[in-house]
Design a protein around this ligand. Structure first.
Ligand code: TRP
Ligand code: ZN
Length: 487
């Protein structure tokens, strides 16, 4: 069968399974009303009204001391509407991002994070706003101050050639990365700002709508489900996706290029989409099947799957890493085995549904996803989690993971091996201490109590103590916070 024809048939089926509400329906997130405190009979504010007299500038950072410029203060985003048009040949992106937010203080100005790209126009509630730029901070001054608690929308029009962030010592490049046929978009920890203006820190979650326009024939993949059938005109196709569950900015993707698609439902009834670059055509079936099987299995271990679809994307960009993009984990240039698939899909619960408020707590993502790899191997009869733990515990006392306490991820080396491996060992030590029954009850209670929300290490320790009835301070202290190998 010729590729184009198969593409059309798949597309029709894809729309029927993955489509959610029509694209013109407002997002299901709560859009705060701009005038909650103004009675209907009150005179409408005019352009000359002074607005709140106590208004001041919003902070240029969200309050994560390790990443003082990431995110911003003074407001909370509820929804991003991102429309981008990308031309792989010129690597040029044209974007219009509309952000719906609520002020958490009276604001004379506020910041967004945006790196590179030329800003053409900014409006706040439809009125032209002035703006200045310094580094990755875009400061917006609305014509009138914004009232504390009030909703507002800010619309930013921008264009240019996105530049990924270079981190040669650790992650390589991340953010919006051009590839031979399109772009590979993986943005952890703070690369969302390379392609859209954002409150770019996991402490602020929001729902997302995407409209991604690409040359006809290419596929654009974003989070969530298709919102209508891709529409082609004038040689371009617009793909609309909607993530209706709250999501952090670093998980947003607009990966685009040539892709082969396979979709359906898992045995447990969850819509599944696998997408692979043609160079990985032989991986398509495996990615589809393994993603479906793993998602269903984790739902029995961690609690109900938090999102409305699952899957995986393999691109031919040789990143050598994977990222847990919400509903669509990405694998950069390799055929993922079941171990890494188990890791990225475990993140849908740990990292995606439950998000960290501060980067120092990253073990709550990576330690859990690594422990999930051990649980998967145990489930498959390959190696028990106990054996994996023992294997790691045998690392010599001088090994670097014993010097790096995983409960406090360091900003200059966030993704240290200790955060992954010693984080996973912490969970196994806890499991041994409180027993399987309480341990797995703890995992399910944790994901249920904080679904779509934020978590801290202290909250996890407290819940473990509450459910087990044990004092666990010394266990967590030894495993998470001491610069030496626990006994
Ligand atoms: N969270 C990823 C994982 O554990 C690793 C990662 C961190 C990453 N930053 C990234 C991957 C940026 C891709 C791009 O699997
Ligand atoms: Zn991970």
């Amino acid at each position: 069968m010729r590729a184009e024809r198969r593409g059309v048939a798949l597309l029709a089926a894809l729309v029927s399974v993955l489509a959610c509400a029509p694209a013109d329906q407002p997002p299901p997130s709560q859009v705060p009303s701009a005038a909650t405190s103004t009675p209907a009979s009150a005179p409408a504010p005019t352009a000359t009204s002074p607005g709140p007299s106590d208004a001041g500038p919003g902070a240029p950072g969200i309050g994560d001391a390790d990443f003082p410029h990431d995110g911003n203060g003074g407001y909370d985003v509820t929804h991003y509407d991102i429309a981008v048009d990308y031309t792989p040949k010129t690597k040029r992106l044209e974007g219009v991002t509309t952000i719906t937010a609520a002020a958490t203080q009276a604001l004379s100005s506020f910041n967004l994070d945006l790196s590179g790209l030329d800003v053409r126009e900014v409006t706040v509630d439809g009125a032209a706003a002035t703006f200045t730029r310094q580094g990755s901070e875009l400061t917006v001054r609305p014509p009138r101050p914004l009232a504390d608690g009030g909703g507002f929308t800010v619309r930013v029009s921008y264009a240019g050639v996105p530049k990924p962030i270079q981190d040669p010592d650790n992650l390589g490049s991340y953010g919006f990365i051009p590839t031979g046929d399109g772009a590979f978009v993986t943005a952890e920890p703070n690369g969302a700002k390379t392609w859209f203006p954002a409150n770019d820190h996991p402490a602020d979650k929001a729902t997302f709508d995407f409209a991604i326009t690409v040359p006809a024939g290419l596929t654009a993949l974003a989070n969530g489900e298709l919102a209508g059938r891709p529409a082609t005109s004038g040689g371009k196709t617009t793909w609309r996706w909607r993530e209706r569950r709250p999501m952090v900015t670093y998980l947003a993707t607009a990966t685009l290029g040539e892709f082969e698609l396979r979709q359906g439902r898992s045995a447990g009834g969850i819509p599944v989409l696998a997408a692979v670059d043609p160079a990985f055509e032989s991986s398509l079936e495996g990615v589809y099947k393994t993603s479906a099987e793993v998602t269903d299995y984790w739902a029995t271990v961690f609690g109900p799957y938090p999102f409305d679809s699952t899957g995986g994307v393999v691109d031919d960009f040789a990143a050598g890493y994977a990222l847990e993009n919400q509903t669509k984990p990405m694998y950069g240039g390799f055929d993922p085995d079941d171990g890494i698939t188990a890791h990225e899909l475990a993140h849908q619960w740990f990292g995606d549904s439950l998000s960290i408020r501060r980067w120092k707590d990253l073990w709550l993502n990576e330690g859990f996803a690594t422990y999930a790899e051990w649980l998967w191997a145990e489930h498959k009869g390959k190696e028990t989690a106990e054996a994996a733990f023992e294997r790691q515990h045998r690392r010599p006392a001088g090994d670097s993971i014993w010097k790096y306490p995983p409960g406090r991820a360091r900003p200059d080396d966030l993704f240290n091996q200790s955060v992954y491996t010693r984080g996973a060992m912490t969970l196994h030590a806890l499991r041994e201490e409180i027993g399987d029954r309480t341990f797995f009850d703890l995992l399910r209670t944790w994901t249920a109590e904080h679904r779509y929300g934020h978590v801290t290490t202290d909250q996890f320790v407290q819940l473990a103590e509450r459910l087990s009835g044990k004092s666990l301070d010394s266990l967590f202290d030894a495993w998470l916070f001491q610069p030496r190998r626990p006994a």
